[in-house]
Design a protein. Structure first.
Length: 296
């Protein structure tokens, strides 16, 4: 990806990003990926086996996750925060226009923050996570899903090669993303307790590259980089990319795969009741002794 010469320049065009989400909502949002990830977030929440009275759905989209959270036992209020208009139908909850980079909430407002596929649009993710941790009540839980670095690796590959071949240069087309190895470290850096990060890969099959691009548009996940080229790709570039996609990645039936890597992040706002590691050097037994073979 081309880097700007100005280190202070914004990574994302926030206005364009909101416009993309608004367009997706107006034109019939493509929500199969968000619905699948929301179900997986709820599965992870069930494992926690705790009630959360006040919850925030950050990046609420059509409000599906908000409605599911409102139906959970012990939930008293759900705030559905979405940066684009129209705001989601969050059932009986409260709807708020909010960008994940600039949260409008007071410290210690929520027992739970759930976020579905929006944090990868946060340019300052460490700063965003710090905001989220401060917004949680002590012993509150952050449970988030975001796109990881392996997302759309096939599409990125063919667009890069097609641009080089047809246009003798490359413009930034795909947003930067963090890797799994960095995710837990970022949670620790933001002072979350008991941080956990894991990833899953989903592969979606398409008849051709243009069908994939239509779905990305319908998801509101199209290019909103500040350094993007304002004119579209040339027709010849798109045609070469589509041909490369089918040649490199297509299956026997002529369909192409699209990979989505989902990073799941979990962390707790610190509280004295939480377990903590023992001080260094306080062990009463040697690991080497525990690993010695025992006589039968």
């Amino acid at each position: 990806m081309n880097k700007t010469d100005d280190p202070g320049a914004p990574i994302f065009d926030r206005r364009a990003w909101r416009a993309h989400r608004e367009r997706a909502a107006r034109c019939g949002r493509v929500d199969f990926l968000h619905a699948e990830i929301a179900a997986r977030l709820l599965d992870r929440l069930d494992v926690v086996n705790r009630e959360f009275a006040v919850a925030l759905d950050l990046g609420a989209g059509d409000g599906g996750l908000s409605r599911a959270l409102a139906e959970r036992r012990g939930t008293l209020r759900v705030v559905a925060a979405e940066p684009a208009r129209p705001l989601p139908d969050g059932g009986s909850g409260q709807q708020v226009a909010a960008d994940p980079e600039f949260l409008p909430f007071r410290d210690a407002s929520f027992d739970l923050i759930a976020s579905n596929l929006v944090l990868h649009w946060t340019a300052d993710l460490p700063g965003g996570l710090i905001q989220l941790r401060r917004t949680l009540k002590p012993d509150g839980l952050l449970l988030a899903a975001m796109l990881g670095g392996a997302t759309l690796v096939e599409l990125r590959t063919v667009l890069f090669e097609a641009q080089l071949a047809e246009e003798s240069g490359v413009s930034p087309l795909v947003s930067p993303a963090i890797e799994l190895a960095d995710a837990a470290a970022l949670l620790t850096r933001a002072n979350f307790a008991l941080p956990v990060a894991d990833s899953e890969r989903l592969t979606v099959s398409y008849p051709d590259m243009l069908a994939l691009l239509r779905d990305l548009r319908g998801m509101g996940e199209t290019n909103a980089l500040a350094a993007r080229r304002r004119t579209g790709l040339r027709r010849a570039t798109l045609a070469r990319a589509a041909a490369l996609y089918a040649e490199r990645f297509g299956d026997a039936a002529g369909r192409i795969p699209a990979t989505f890597e989902i990073l799941f992040l979990r962390g707790w706002a610190p509280h004295p009741s939480q377990p903590t590691p023992l001080p260094r050097g306080s062990a009463t037994a040697r690991l080497a002794d525990a690993l010695k073979p025992r006589a039968v």
